[in-house]
Design a protein around this ligand. Structure first.
Ligand SMILES: N[C@@H](CCC(=O)N[C@@H](CS)C(=O)NCC(=O)O)C(=O)O
Length: 363
């Protein structure tokens, strides 16, 4: 028996593997594993992939799970054109960098967005709390921003001038929320242009063929109770929102209260929401004027901004971007030079924030 690919095109990584194999003329037998019928739990499939997930590959006696491993196995075995997974050390590292990132970031928010917006209400008949969906969509937005600013930048494709497996993994993810009616590309011209390039490189026909199942998912008939029971354990986890973020912003200054512009706390609240991409009604601001302070050894007018938040403030790269925007806001609002302002970022854990008589961990 030659190469067999176990796929369900409803699944993002399966679509990436399917497009890759088809586009590169790799001969394979398609073994459809219908996830919504729970076929990934069948004994026959579990022998191929004990993890009970698609995609999976069988090549003679050799079986393999995990989309990235499958894509790389195929690219090596069939010696596909170099651009898919370049030999060049650094070009390859760029592809690897994206593949490593997307598993913990884009993948999770795209899957949640699609299930919470469409599959739970339409297919499982279960309503999703609006604040859960809102938090998921905010997280998706944050990932899209990173995808655009950190990975795509001004390049034609995510890892360089040519399409690679990184682009396939990314576009198949993004089509998940698109199938649920999320406006992923509308206000993002760079990403929209990239999507067109990826579609053209793959071929419109193949792209549409690979996405036909997911684009029709909104018309699925409601699941019967047996299916609901079967799917419950694995999809229930998609109902949880990301740890709810509550940024805390504290502005200390030695300016007297009378020299602090009126309404600053509200404008700082709005600016924080924009800069950190968080809903404004989660942002907490305290302004403390008239303090005894020295910054850089001087008691001249100065300010210190302390920002703490779950998840958002943490990496140097992210904080650099946040810092630039907070500095711009504060220099304008307070009439202080940049050397008179200090910003301090503190990451917070959910157990460090008390709310509604408990801590965020349990909300
Ligand atoms: N890390 C795996 C993830 C595979 C995965 O989560 N597949 C989903 C479909 S997108 C699945 O089979 N889910 C079934 C389940 O969890 O019960 C990969 O990239 O291949």
């Amino acid at each position: 028996m030659g190469l067999e690919l176990y796929l369900d095109l409803l699944s993002q990584p399966c679509r990436a593997v399917y497009i890759f194999a088809k586009k590169n003329g790799i001969p394979f037998e398609l073994r459809t594993v219908d996830l919504l019928k729970g076929q990934h739990h069948s004994d026959a499939f579990v022998r191929v992939n004990p993890l009970k997930k698609v995609p999976a590959l069988k090549d003679g006696d050799f079986t393999l799970a995990e989309s990235v491993a499958i894509l790389l196995y195929l690219s090596r075995k069939y010696e596909v054109p170099d651009h898919w997974y370049p030999q060049d050390l650094q070009a390859r590292a760029r592809v690897d960098e994206y593949l490593a990132w997307q598993h913990t970031a884009l993948r999770s928010s795209c899957t949640r967005a699609m299930w919470q917006k469409m599959m739970f209400p339409v297919f499982l008949g279960e309503q999703v709390p609006p604040e859960t969906l809102a938090s998921t969509l905010t997280e998706l937005d944050r990932c899209l921003e990173l995808l655009e600013d950190k990975f795509l930048k001004d390049k034609d494709f995510l890892a360089g001038p040519h399409i690679s497996v990184a682009d396939l993994m990314a576009i198949t993810e993004l089509m998940h929320p698109v199938s649920a009616g999320c406006q992923v590309f509308n206000s993002r011209p760079k990403l929209a242009a990239w999507r067109q390039r990826v579609e053209a490189a793959v071929g419109k026909e193949l792209f549409q063929e690979a996405h036909a199942v997911v684009m029709k998912a909104k018309d699925l008939p409601p699941a019967d109770s047996a299916i609901k029971e079967k799917l419950k354990p694995s999809v229930q986890v998609l109902l949880h929102s990301f740890p709810p973020d509550m940024p805390f912003v504290e502005l200390d200054t030695n300016l007297p209260a009378g020299r602090v512009p009126a309404g600053l706390e509200k404008r700082l609240c709005a600016a924080t929401a924009t800069i950190l991409s968080k809903p404004e009604d989660r942002v907490n601001v305290t302004v403390r004027p008239g303090l005894a302070m020295a910054v850089n050894g001087s008691t001249d007018p100065c300010a210190q901004l302390i920002i703490s938040s779950i998840g958002v403030v943490g990496t140097a790269e992210e904080n650099r971007g946040h810092s630039a925007r907070f500095f711009e806001f504060l220099t304008k609002e307070m009439g202080l030079g940049q050397d008179r302002i200090i910003i301090r970022f503190f990451p917070l854990e959910p157990w460090q924030i008390g709310k509604k008589g408990t801590v965020m961990t349990f909300l």
